[in-house]
Design a protein around this ligand. Structure first.
Ligand code: ATP
Length: 199
């Protein structure tokens, strides 16, 4: 499995559609300060489901949409799509090539898709999580992050290891189930109240 192409349009400094093609192996992005190198990494994190505006170096999620320059008006949406070579079947989906995409509208709302079919954010997170890719998987190590890991408390360090080991997906599922159980218990309590009132 390797990343094949990344296309950004209206994302941060990339107003026009721009496609990056990656070959297997190491890719280096070089350029002057402020030219948008980190924005490419932000686009990767964003399309893989990043939800924290701060992680993306902004104040709110809308900040990822091209905000305009002196010569170009702001845009109404940000779109990023990432194509992954899946010929080794590392992603649990029956396609040799998988394209995930995410769009955010300035007017509100966002869309996610896998191979052009609309899906939920959760579907993208689940698709990527088994492969070790995706949000909170520490595949993207930002500036200063190594320091944070080296100086983490033993509990936090354990959290990093658990995430790298793939426990995160199961923890998320457990949290979701516990929330459902709580809601169900609330319904049962309400039902008991009603039954005792009828008696
Ligand atoms: P450095 O080498 O200094 O780390 P860099 O090449 O990594 O820089 P980035 O941080 O990726 O650069 O890009 C910063 C540029 O992106 C700034 O010029 C900033 O104005 C621009 N930028 C960020 N968000 C937006 C946005 N929403 N709309 C337009 N431009 C944006």
């Amino acid at each position: 499995m390797h990343l094949k192409t990344l296309t950004v349009r209206g994302f941060k400094s990339f107003a026009s559609a721009t496609t990056f093609e990656f070959e297997p192996g190491v890719t280096a992005v070089v350029g002057p300060n402020g030219s948008g190198k980190s924005n490419v990494v932000d686009a990767l994190a964003w399309v893989m489901g990043e939800q924290g505006a701060k992680t993306l170096r902004g104040g709110k999620m809308e900040d990822v949409i091209f905000a305009g320059t002196s010569g170009r008006a702001p845009l109404g949406r940000a779109h990023v799509s990432l194509t992954i070579d899946n010929s080794d079947g590392a992603l649990p989906i029956e396609y040799a090539e998988v394209t995930i995409s995410r769009t955010l509208f300035r007017a509100g709302g966002s869309e996610y898709a896998i191979n052009g079919n609309s899906c939920r954010l959760l579907d993208i997170q689940e698709l990527l999580s088994d492969s070790g890719l995706g949000r909170e998987m520490h595949v993207i190590v930002g500036q200063g992050q190594l320091d944070r890991i080296l100086h983490a408390t033993p509990e936090d360090r354990r959290g990093f290891i658990e995430e790298a080991a793939g426990v995160l997906k199961h923890r998320r599922r457990k949290e979701k189930t516990v929330r459902k159980l709580d809601a169900m218990q609330g319904n049962l309590n309400r039902l008991e109240d009603l039954t005792s009132e009828i008696r």
